[in-house]
Design a protein around this ligand. Structure first.
Ligand code: ZN
Length: 417
């Protein structure tokens, strides 16, 4: 096992650990760990809500999810000799649930969760159709996930970090705040919001304190969106064996990570849509001096995905175009066409006995593939969502016999109002 450089004690909250991480992006968050180029090390990660979501049959915790506290990130980890303009090469040697325990109170200890956020608190990709809060608990046995809330489905997890990235420079942070603030200003009262401005409440900035903390907390960037530094990209293929090249914006690069997922469908469409868990990552880092200019990688990270995806030989795919449910034509709107493809798949699965919420959860959590199949055929973009047929206990292909029915069981727990 590589040296554990960022340990977490499962009995303590994230803010009470020996090494305290952070939940905002800011260049002044001090590095908690220093490593050398060409070194390997282990990091523990807490699930993104730091234990606020419980293994039970009630979604009130999702309804009340403390969004101001996310994401709790392990780091920053400074790499000696990494300078602005370099590329940081990060190999994901291994990633998995919390090691050494198979049951316990924290997500990652043998279980994880997927949520549908209420429109009033977070929302999601299909929030118009699913405005209330729901939760599904998934149990892990080895590599396989099953759920008492979604019968008839099991699949091998593609374990990955939802979030990993380097620290922004002051200049880059200012650009983020400028452009996201301008977007928010176009409709400041929108629910859910267009973007999340800096929020000092519940900000955690490592060992920063006093005036330095106050100043940084007022301008530090929220962790929800992916940006030039990588960040919350939620790429399900960023699994074991992946190599990522991150732009370096500050001395030491200051790498941080968290938001581990046991599995996720492309798009993480319920927003809390992966199987969320805590766990560990084994990483190897190295530096390509001047790599940002050499390779023209300044606008975002590039990566080579791992080669350990589950093997599926058959898919059932659904397509959607950029026409609203009310029949309004939009111009090459791929967000809309992917929504239509997903709604199409959800409708289809209800014919087999699933509730709409169960079907939505399957699309968020199972290793489904989403694709931009056509983006030039005016006025309709064509998006597709591919469901691996092997994740279902029943045959979900269309046939003359009609759809076999599953027993939906207790269904998906929803929140009270
Ligand atoms: Zn996540």
């Amino acid at each position: 096992m590589p040296e554990l450089v960022f340990p977490l004690d499962s009995r303590k909250r994230f803010s009470e650990q020996d090494l305290v991480g952070h939940n905002r992006w800011h260049p002044d968050v001090p590095a908690q760990v220093h490593v050398r180029p060409d070194s390997s090390f282990r990091v523990h990660c807490r699930e993104w809500f730091d234990g606020a979501i419980h293994n039970d049959d009630n979604a009130d915790d999702i309804r009340d999810a403390p969004l101001s506290t996310v994401h709790v990130l392990s780091g920053p980890i400074a790499v000696d000799g990494a300078h602005p303009g370099d590329l940081l090469v990060v190999d994901i040697l291994d990633v998995g649930p919390i090691p050494g325990e198979d049951s316990g109170p924290l997500a990652g200890q043998g279980w994880g969760y997927t949520g549908i956020f209420a429109t009033q608190n977070g929302g999601g990709f299909l929030t118009e159709q699913f405005p209330d809060a729901y939760k599904v608990i998934w149990d892990f046995r080895g590599q396989v996930a099953t759920s008492r809330h979604v019968p008839g489905v099991s699949f091998t997890g593609i374990v990955h970090p939802g979030l990993m990235g380097t620290a922004p420079s002051h200049d880059l942070l200012a650009r983020w705040n400028q452009r996201e603030g301008a977007l928010i200003a176009t409709d400041p009262d929108r629910v859910p919001p267009l973007a999340l401005p800096p929020l000092p409440q519940d900000a955690l900035l490592g060992t920063l304190s006093g005036d330095a903390f106050e100043q940084a907390a007022a301008e530090a960037a929220r962790t929800a969106p992916p940006r030039e530094n990588g960040g919350n990209q939620d790429i399900k293929n960023l699994t074991r064996g992946s190599r990522v090249f991150y732009p370096v914006f500050v001395e030491g690069a200051n790498l941080s990570m968290g938001d581990l997922h046991f599995s996720q469908g492309d798009g993480e469409i319920t927003f809390c849509g992966a199987i969320e868990m805590g766990g560990f990552m084994d990483l190897h880092v190295d530096v390509i001096p001047g790599g940002m200019t050499t390779y023209g990688v300044g606008e975002n990270a590039v990566f080579m995905p791992g080669t350990t995806d589950p093997q599926f030989s058959q898919w059932l795919a659904f397509s959607g175009t950029s026409v609203t449910l009310d029949g309004e034509q939009r111009y090459l709107d791929s967000h809309l066409s992917y929504q239509r493809a997903c709604l199409h798949a959800i409708d289809y699965l209800t014919k087999f006995g699933y509730t709409p919420e169960q079907a939505y959860m399957i699309l968020g959590a199972a290793p489904i593939e989403g694709r931009l199949s056509g983006v030039v055929d005016i006025p309709n973009s064509c998006s597709t969502v591919y469901l691996p047929t092997a994740i279902f206990d029943i045959d979900v292909r269309p046939s003359a016999q009609g759809p076999e029915q599953i027993d939906p069981g207790q269904g998906v727990p929803r929140s009270s109002f």
